[in-house]
Design a protein. Structure first.
Lengths: 560, 311
């Protein structure tokens, strides 16, 4: 156990779920004091490997052979008592989803006391430790947070609490499983910076599990690439990223939209790198019809939410609290144009899109769709307009009825809007599925029988069912692996050319925007702070928030 | 928390007033003249008129409601038409029998929590499967059937436990409570244990439990503060509502076991159209049920602060 032996030595490890092999004969080391990035697509076995190291594999998982040594001790022979001695002390863990990682019924301070269960210190001393840790992760008003409950904190603050808990242990190994995936781009950068500093402070090793290649490049010293349970490549970040020796790794890097500098009409995908095609200003100009009136025109729109009052508020005559979600927003989308609506969570971008559908009531302003003022027509008339604008949901699997075959889900909009008569619905479903590149046999599949990318395609097919003039896509690539991101991107790009669709993308993934969008609209605290063509906004951002956002996302190498 | 509690209590009082008013309306529509029923066919019209006057039956409905509530404020619930005793006094005399039965049933019902917890932690084990079968069987049998078989077995065959009455003196009272409590409670133990098991299993799979495990927090502490505490609110809500069912089972069980109590009192009063007593017993049970749901709501807020902020 000298300084030179690795902290974690994994030898020929295989983990199975029933007959399915999740981790296949993996051999890997994590060196002392270094940050190891573990990348791979969903289902590659990276989380399973991380869970095996901390001994928290799901019930159904079975280790068929191999060994994991931590500091020279075999973790696979550990009893519950042994684990109790190293978890939260030598090993710390930050989980995937900060929203659900904390106990909703205990105050933050109490939970931070609980994890010091092995310490002999008094409660006062333990609370002081907790406070110090919160200050170390730069939590604003750290003292007050101790007596708050998790639901009173924002997502970023919760993640800070989780990290504070992890570093409080001053562990030898810190495992983070997709710790920044659920966060906004600007927050992600902050958290990555924080992790980097803390790791240096404590001098611990770190295993950073993610599918986000840019973050790995930014944060990690070493990287391991996993694919379908196998390790494809392992080495220092600079080595692997500049000169990948494995085909899979190099494809993965080639397909990452953030590494493709020029604007693309089609992105390369894992199975077809030759698909890449650069954008052509002439085709783009032809696609957008700027001469006629805009398809969607929003003028000075205000959306205000009123919080319900409690009985005591009513009795004491307190006025209703108003939240201004959207403030005097104006926005035009031409036929065939793709506009990206960008902003952090809570900036009002989703509310603005929902208001355009009249799914939330607007306070003031005008919404014109194809020349008609949507705010002045009746609900019955609104129905026919809803058929012309489709919403693509953020969570593709969650937005499909799990008990309904995919084919039925796809044609459901036709049935609901009473446009199904006279159509052969099965043929129509097959046609729609083929339009988005899925074969006819998907008609009879159920949502759980599909991958994330396929579900996303079904979402597109359903949005197209009524032949809309416009699609509003809420985070169309969120949570998708790099290769599938490219597929969905190409699908949208093809559809807008063949069907002259207008697309409004709501997202915080600037890399996809950079390739796909004609114009960018930046929202901040309910206001549209900047609009412009994608090239102009990226080259010369005006608003301070836009600058921060671009820096966080695109980094120096794209000329920002 | 205090503001929420006050708010919740005000709402509860409003519910009680509404429920009692609704009951008043329903009694108005019961066919037959109460004066006739009470005084019998041979009473003179003057006598009947006097009784109507005394019961405010000639006044408008709203005025009757007013008399009832103003009487209520002064602790006057009217008099029993057969014995001429104040209803309040009768209620105070009978309430302890029912209250002790409901309380002991609730206590027994709480046994479902450890049973459900153990079944969830040792999921698919022998205990889990056995308790599942027994629970579902018990849920399916109505209290009156369980009650009759308990009497047959423990009182008639084994002659171990008393079957009739409420008993006097601490130990006697306790012995007399055993069979009625089991008659109502067995069903609820089964129900609660299934419920606790299901929500425990759900919470055990949640992310925060994994975090707690990853920090090596001792298992007992995880089960208590990270699993049960999150899983219990659903069960407490059901228990709050169950008080109503337990109380209505108590009516039947009190008759089966010939126990005195609010249930038996209510039953007799309805049969003899003794309206003041009917109103009194219903008022007592309404107050009891509303109080129980209020307590369960407040307990939930104490356990899970999100409940309060959602309201």
């Amino acid at each position: 156990m000298t300084e030179h032996t690795p902290l974690i030595e994994i030898n020929d490890l295989a983990i199975k779920f029933g007959s399915h092999t999740a981790v296949n004969n993996v051999t890997m080391d994590i060196s002392r004091g270094r940050i190891m990035g573990l990348v791979g697509e969903s289902g590659s076995g990276k989380s399973t490997l991380a869970n095996a190291i901390i001994g928290l594999l799901p019930y159904a998982a079975q280790i068929s052979h191999g060994s994991i040594h931590f500091d020279g001790r075999n973790l696979l022979s550990f009893t519950a008592q042994d684990w109790g001695k190293i978890r939260g002390k030598d090993l710390a863990y930050v989980s995937q989803d900060p929203m659900s990682a904390l106990n909703p019924t205990l105050r933050i301070g109490k939970q931070m006391l609980d994890i010091q269960h092995f310490s002999e210190q008094s409660t006062t001393e333990k609370l002081a430790n907790a406070l110090a840790a919160l200050e170390q992760v730069r939590m604003p008003q750290a003292q007050a947070r101790l007596s708050m409950y998790p639901h009173e904190l924002s997502g970023g603050q919760k993640q800070r609490v989780c990290i504070a808990m992890a570093i409080m242990a001053r562990p030898k190994l810190l495992i983070t499983d997709e710790a920044t995936t659920a966060l906004d781009a600007t927050l992600e950068v902050e958290i990555v910076q924080l992790l980097k500093e803390l790791q240096k402070d404590i001098g611990c090793s770190m295993l950073f599990v993610t599918h986000h290649l840019t973050v790995v490049e930014e944060l990690c010293d070493d990287v391991t690439v996993m694919h379908q349970g196998d390790i494809k490549e392992c080495g220092t970040v600079s080595e692997v990223f500049s000169n990948p020796s494995d085909k899979y790794t190099s494809n993965l890097l080639t397909c990452d939209p953030s590494r493709i500098e020029e604007k693309c009409r089609r992105l390369p995908i894992m199975f077809n790198l030759g698909l890449k095609e650069l954008a052509d200003p002439e085709t783009d100009r032809k696609r957008i019809n700027n001469k006629s009136r805009p398809l969607l025109s929003i003028r000075h729109l205000d959306v205000t939410f009123r919080k319900p009052r409690s009985l005591i508020d009513i009795l004491t005559g307190k006025p209703k609290q108003r939240v201004e979600a959207v403030k005097t927003a104006s926005l035009d989308i031409a036929p065939g144009e793709t506009v990206a609506l960008i902003g952090e969570s809570g900036s009002g971008k989703s509310t603005l899109a929902r208001a355009a559908f009249r799914l939330v009531p607007s306070e003031k302003g005008e919404i014109y769709f194809d020349g008609t003022d949507l705010l002045s027509i009746t609900n019955a008339d609104m129905r026919s307009f809803r058929n012309e604008m489709s919403l693509m949901m953020q969570d593709p699997i969650g937005s499909l009825n799990p008990r309904m075959p995919v084919g039925t889900s796809v044609i459901e909009p036709l049935i609901v809007s009473e446009k199904a008569s006279g159509l052969n619905l099965r043929d129509e479903a097959i046609h729609l599925l083929e339009l988005v590149g899925l074969s006819a046999d998907f008609v009879d599949r159920y949502p759980h029988e599909m991958s994330g990318g396929q579900a996303r395609r079904v979402g597109v097919a359903r949005a197209l069912a009524l032949r809309p003039k416009m699609i509003i896509a809420d985070e169309p690539t969120a949570g998708l692996d790099v290769s599938i991101q490219g597929e969905i991107f190409n699908l949208l790009a093809e559809l807008r050319e063949s069907m002259s669709l207008s697309i409004l993308i709501i997202t915080h993934n600037l890399h996809v925007v950079r390739h796909l969008a004609d114009r960018m609209v930046i929202m901040y605290h309910g206001e549209i702070v900047e609009t412009g063509t994608t090239e102009n906004v990226i080259r010369a951002p005006k608003h301070a928030y836009t600058k921060v956002l671009l820096e966080a996302n695109l980094q120096a190498k794209y000329g920002v | 928390m205090l503001a929420y509690a006050i708010q919740r209590i005000i709402v509860s009082i409003l519910i009680i007033i509404l429920a009692v008013t609704a009951l008043f309306v329903m009694i108005q529509f019961v066919p037959g003249d109460p004066a006739n029923v009470m005084l019998g066919p041979r009473a003179t019209p003057e006598l009947k008129e006097a009784l109507r006057e005394r019961l405010h039956l000639n006044d408008a409905f709203i005025v009757q409601v007013y008399y009832f509530f103003s009487g209520l404020m002064q602790g006057d619930l009217g008099v029993d038409l057969t014995s001429n005793r104040p209803v309040l006094g009768i209620l105070i005399e009978q309430a302890p029998f029912t209250a002790s039965l409901v309380a002991s049933t609730l206590l027994v019902t709480l046994l479902g929590i450890p049973i459900g917890t153990y079944a969830a932690v040792h999921r698919d084990g022998f205990f889990d499967k056995a308790s599942g079968v027994v629970s579902v069987s018990l849920i399916a049998v109505p209290p009156i059937v369980i009650g009759l078989y308990l009497i047959l077995f423990f009182s008639v065959s084994l002659q171990l436990l008393p079957a009739i009455g409420a008993g006097e003196g601490f130990w006697e009272i306790l012995l007399h409570l055993v069979l009625p409590t089991l008659a109502i409670g067995l069903t609820w133990i089964g129900y609660v244990s299934r419920l606790v098991r299901a929500s425990m299993i759900e919470v055990l799979g949640q992310n925060h439990v994994k975090t707690a495990r990853a920090f090596g927090i001792p298992n007992q502490r995880i089960l208590r503060a990270y699993v049960l505490r999150v899983a219990l609110p659903a069960t407490i809500t059901v228990l709050g509502v169950s008080i109503g069912f337990i109380l209505s089972s108590a009516v039947i069980v009190e008759i089966v076991f010939s126990r005195p109590g609010i249930g038996k009192l209510m039953y007799d009063a309805v049969i003899s159209r003794n309206y003041p007593v009917v109103m009194g017993t219903v008022l007592a049970s309404t107050v009891f049920i509303v109080t129980a749901t209020t307590i369960s709501d407040l307990l939930n807020v104490m356990l899970d602060p999100r409940t309060k902020d959602e309201n």
